[in-house]
Design a protein around this ligand. Structure first.
Ligand SMILES: [Zn+2]
Length: 127
């Protein structure tokens, strides 16, 4: 037989769980998309080429857009041709959204399991 306090706690836990389900659905929005993704981050790289006579040695660095991603623990770089910049930026942003959603889903899942464990502790009785 459950005590009144347990009944109230159970009711709160069920509400918590329902809230988490709603949160989970929100986080999954980014996962339900169909557009292609490209792993990595797009950014501008400024560097020196090393030739002493080059303008970059006087501070006018070579600037180019690159896509950077990690592969088997190593950072890979690809220089982006101007005609692919918009496309790759969009696809890498979509990738970031998916990864962000994945992290949220993992965190929400963890919270859900904690709530389920609490519910079990309250509902469980000896045979
Ligand atoms: Zn140079």
């Amino acid at each position: 037989m459950q005590r009144k306090a347990d009944t109230q706690t159970l009711s709160r836990l069920r509400q918590d769980l329902r809230r988490l389900v709603v949160e989970l659905e929100g986080s999954l929005e980014a996962v339900f998309g169909r557009s292609p993704l490209v792993k990595g981050t797009v950014y501008e790289m400024a560097r020196k080429c090393g030739k002493p006579s080059c303008a970059c040695a006087r501070g006018e660095l070579h600037r180019s857009m690159v896509l950077s991603w990690s592969h088997k623990g190593k950072t890979r770089l690809m220089s982006i041709p101007p005609e692919r910049l918009v496309e790759l930026r969009g696809k890498s942003e979509e990738y970031q959204r998916l990864r962000g959603a994945r992290a949220e889903v993992a965190a929400i899942g963890k919270k859900m399991l904690a709530v389920i464990d609490q519910i079990e502790r309250i509902r469980r009785e000896e045979p």
